[in-house]
Design a binder for this molecule. Structure first.
Ligand code: RNT
Ligand code: ZN
Length: 405
């Protein structure tokens, strides 16, 4: 046990919080780490692939993997520095097929069998993402909402193929796979017919989700977005579109990415509106700096607020916590580690919150005490408990960075 842990435990106990219970709960809450920070979302289809679809990884830090072997070396190192329960979120452009070219609409579970072996070896779950971008069939900015039926058909087939891979992951690993669908479709300039693309998107999604897949193994999420690079004026898959889609069809759950809203909007503020309707939620945690910049996730007020909202609603079982960022300007392995550890720190901070005290003050109408406590609780020794968490999982604490130089 860490030198200071007993003291931290006593301090929390005085506020009615059991640190041991919080540490046990941590083991039931995986963070899904995005596989694509490690290589700027290049994938294994083509090591010179360029990102399209209105997203971009900026920077040229050295060390980007140039082969599957180099990629896995980076992945091993990254996973060894993140304590506790983990998923790895894959994209469909990371098949393990020894250099063979498999069209995206013909991907099969067998093309990801190597990933299942890897996940079993590491004791982690897998999540999945169809890749509706960085591909010639993204035509004039459209995929599932395209006016061209051939384009829509191709991507519908891709979506279905990916759901089957997700189901395979869930079945093999005994942990539900979240298959997240994000499409870039939109328009750079003012769109006159805004309804047509949304009707086509709705129809394409219905076709993708028509095939029944056991929710025990795979759950689909649909990710909204305000705008992307080059599609600033109109995005078919807006937040309202997908909220209506999930509530009216029940075929998927919403995915909210912290970078996909107006800069002053908060996901934390939206969560309970979904809980009130019994909704399950997928999240993409990132750090938008002034816009959807996909900076590394850190312990920001927003990330902490998200975890607090989930904790206060006792909804960690209903919210899936995924990371989504790609910063190529700093060491990619470290970027991945920092983001995953930050998400876990925020979860722990929320689990350690003396929520009962806050609720009591609120129920008594003592709003002054509620605010005073909120501010005092910010400096409770969560960091010491996080060190203990790392230690119990055989992962370095703050000195993973190279120690106190
Ligand atoms: C894009 C979305 C989407 C992607 C990943 C790579 O704006 O956030 O989730 O970042 O699929
Ligand atoms: Zn995202």
């Amino acid at each position: 046990m860490g030198k200071h842990y007993e003291t931290a435990r006593e301090i929390y106990a005085q506020w009615g919080v059991d640190t041991e219970a919080a540490l046990r709960r941590m083991d039931e809450i995986p963070v899904s780490i995005n596989c694509w920070e490690l290589d700027d979302l290049t994938g294994f289809e083509d090591f010179d692939a360029q990102l399209t679809g209105g997203i971009a990884a900026t920077g040229n830090a050295p060390g980007k993997p140039r082969s599957v072997e180099e990629y896995f070396a980076a992945l091993d190192r990254m996973l060894s520095l993140v304590p506790g329960a983990k998923h790895l979120a894959l994209h469909s452009v990371y098949p393990l097929v020894e250099g063979k070219k498999i069209p995206r609409n013909q991907l099969k579970p067998e093309h990801f069998a190597g990933w299942v072996d890897y996940a079993k070896e590491k004791g982690i779950g897998l999540d999945f993402n169809p890749t509706y971008f960085s591909h010639p069939m993204l035509k004039d900015g459209w995929t599932l909402a395209s006016p061209d039926k051939e384009v829509r058909d191709f991507w519908v087939e891709h979506g279905i193929a990916c759901r089957k891979i997700g189901e395979y992951f869930g079945r093999e690993l005994g942990e539900t796979c979240i298959t997240n669908h994000w499409i870039p479709d939109g328009s750079k300039d003012t769109r006159i017919d805004t309804l047509g693309p949304r009707e086509r998107l709705r129809e394409s999604l219905d076709r993708i989700f028509a095939e029944p897949i056991d929710r025990k193994y795979n759950i689909d999420s649909v990710e909204s977005k305000l705008f992307g690079l080059g599609v600033e004026s109109y995005t078919a898959g807006s937040h309202e579109f997908y909220t209506n889609y999930v509530l009216s069809t029940g075929k998927a759950i919403i995915c909210m990415d912290t970078g996909h809203f107006h800069p002053t909007e908060s996901i934390a503020a939206k969560l309970s509106a979904y809980f009130a309707f019994g909704q399950e939620i997928m999240t993409h945690l990132s750090r938008p700096v002034r816009w959807d910049s996909d900076h590394v996730c850190t312990v920001t007020d927003e990330i902490v607020a998200i975890m607090q909202e989930i904790k206060r609603a006792d909804a960690f079982d209903r919210v899936h916590l995924g990371l989504d960022y790609f910063d190529a300007s700093i060491d990619r392995i470290s970027a991945s580690v920092i983001g995953a550890r930050s998400a876990k720190k925020a979860i722990l901070m929320a689990l350690l919150e003396p929520t009962e005290q806050l609720l009591k003050a609120e129920a008594e109408g003592d709003n002054t005490r509620r605010l005073a406590l909120l501010e005092e609780f910010k400096l409770l020794p969560a960091g010491i408990v996080f060190e203990e968490y790392c230690d119990r999982h055989g992962v370095p604490g703050a000195d993973w960075t190279g120690g106190r130089k």
